[in-house]
Design a protein. Structure first.
Length: 202
């Protein structure tokens, strides 16, 4: 079952990656087939910047998904584990402007635990692609459920969207908060404990 879920996720990611790559190269197809001097310069510039795009959007490539090895919970830690204030860098898929913020994740072990830095890497991986914050929150939550083999995962993202602050309304003060609560975190008392842990670091 776990293997089938991994394959399904990998196929979905690869489909997303191919669609985006097709869009980019289709948009710039004329640049690569033209031989006039200005276009050759543009072609050169694009090849340089494509390496930057590979970094900014590296989360679209399934090959870059972090390897999240889990370990037996030998200390029998049964309380909530919270990793808060994880740096998030993403890109709005509608306006191609930065989305910058913090993610907070938590889980209850079902017998397995994960290296703390891998929680950060999962957040970074799904952020490094054109995104919608609601989908990003869900993807992180589902990936952690899969890796940890537990239903009990929670994710909160608080982020500023440059498409809101730098264009249109130009609101520099607002931020967007999304949350996904699974398993035990659907209980009001467990959710409240998670929120208290996050606020205690403010």
């Amino acid at each position: 079952m776990r293997s089938r879920c991994h394959n399904k996720l990998a196929r979905a990611l690869w489909f997303e990656y191919c669609n985006f790559a097709q869009f980019v190269y289709g948009l710039l197809g004329q640049v690569f087939t033209s031989n006039n001097t200005p276009t050759r310069q543009l072609k050169s510039d694009f090849l340089i910047h494509s390496f930057e795009a590979q970094e900014i959007f590296r989360g679209l490539n399934p090959a870059n998904q972090p390897v999240c090895r889990t370990f037996d919970n030998v200390y029998r830690y049964s309380e909530m584990l919270v990793e808060r204030n994880i740096t998030l860098n993403s890109t709005c898929e509608h306006h191609f402007l930065p989305v910058v913020g913090r993610a907070h994740v938590a889980y209850f072990s079902s017998g397995r635990v994960i290296g703390l830095s891998k929680l950060n890497r999962v957040v970074d991986h799904f952020g490094r692609r054109p995104q919608v914050q609601e989908r990003l929150t869900r993807q992180i939550c589902e990936a952690l459920q899969l890796e940890l083999n537990t239903e009990d995962v929670a994710v909160i993202i608080d982020a500023k969207h440059m498409c809101v602050s730098c264009r249109g309304i130009g609101d520099e003060a607002s931020s967007t908060l999304t949350a996904d609560y699974r398993g035990a975190f659907r209980k009001p008392e467990t959710r409240q404990e998670f929120l208290q842990h996050i606020r205690s670091g403010e």
